[in-house]
Design a protein around this ligand. Structure first.
Ligand code: C2E
Ligand code: MG
Ligand code: MG
Ligand code: MG
Length: 282
């Protein structure tokens, strides 16, 4: 009897796997023409200097609104874009749209050229042999200034081809582009890479912010990251800051660059512009 049950379980498991594979293929199919069908759009999450409440930048985050499925979370569809290679095309779309909006905002005086726009770049996209020239082309075509662009990379990029990665970063940095390491501390990190990499900013992952100020380990990790950033003369942004308690703790250790729901959720363009204008009129 037990054996029979075991067999059932295997069948169930196989069904589950098959369903997963089918779901993935279906999702990939839908994503394949989501760009041309205009189903993607961008939201922007402000980054605040908590010492004076000014906006120092904003991160671009992609959203997908499928006509019948509705909103699909990036946590669900980014991995499918990555495994299918579609992330390269979508990533350039995000970059281009961000640059178009950035140019508009600068012209309108909504944005200033001391404020940054953070754009996520997946390892596959960064490793595209045409990455540097495509970025340069987009900047030229949209008129967006490189000094306003902050490219967010993840530690996953640093697993291999490190010399190649550094070469590309130096080329882009010479134009004025900044680099941040996203989700810092969660991936494959080696402190010797930090020394070699021409990065400007460490973004403390939200998983470390979540349990401060109550969890001693989280406190130790956050303090350590802030201290590494200070010693290496890098900037440091805390992600996922939701509460006054978290903000107060970060202030106490002199981490003043803040991104999180405490100040604002990611906003659609109209609401983002309203957020900027409301801050100005205060
Ligand atoms: P990420 O780059 O680390 O982005 C931060 C994520 O944290 C965003 O999730 C944001 O909405 C969320 N977040 C911000 N503040 C808070 C907070 O106070 N509390 C909580 N609980 N969450 C907060 P989102 O938009 O769902 O994006 C998830 C991930 O998907 C991003 O993580 C990034 O890795 C990826 N992603 C999003 N847009 C793009 C894109 O255009 N290109 C690429 N390659 N990846 C993207
Ligand atoms: Mg990011
Ligand atoms: Mg992050
Ligand atoms: Mg992430």
């Amino acid at each position: 009897h037990a054996k029979e049950q075991g067999k059932d379980r295997v069948v169930l498991f196989e069904n589950f796997m098959a369903e997963n594979v089918i779901q993935r293929i279906q999702l990939e199919e839908l994503l394949r023409d989501a760009i041309t069908k205009n189903e993607f759009f961008l939201v922007f999450q402000p980054q605040i200097d908590s010492t004076n409440n000014s906006i120092i930048g904003a991160e671009t985050l992609i959203r997908w609104n499928h006509p019948s499925k509705g909103r699909v979370s990036p946590a669900q569809f980014i991995p499918v874009l990555e495994s299918s290679g579609l992330i390269i095309k979508v990533g350039y779309w995000v970059f281009e749209q961000s640059c178009i909006l950035l140019s508009q905002w600068l012209k309108q005086g909504t944005w200033s050229d001391t404020q940054l726009i953070g754009i996520n770049v997946s390892p596959q996209q960064f490793n595209d042999p045409n990455f540097v020239e495509t970025i340069i082309e987009i900047l030229q075509q949209t008129g967006a200034p490189a000094r306003c662009i902050d490219i967010e990379i993840t530690e996953g990029l640093l697993i291999d081809n490190i010399e190649d990665v550094i070469t590309k970063m130096i080329q882009l940095k010479s134009l004025g582009i900044r680099f941040s390491i996203d989700d810092f501390g969660t991936g494959y990190s080696s402190l010797s890479y930090l020394k070699k990499l021409p990065v400007d900013v460490l973004k403390i992952d939200q998983s470390f912010i979540r349990d401060i100020p109550n969890d001693e380990q989280s406190i130790a990790i956050v303090e350590t990251i802030v201290s590494i950033a200070q010693h290496l003369k890098l900037k440091c942004i805390a992600e996922g800051v939701e509460t006054k308690e978290q903000l107060d703790f970060l202030t106490s250790i002199n981490c003043n660059r803040i991104q999180g729901y405490f100040f604002s959720k990611p906003l659609e363009v109209d609401d983002f512009i309203k957020f900027i204008n409301d801050k100005k009129s205060v």
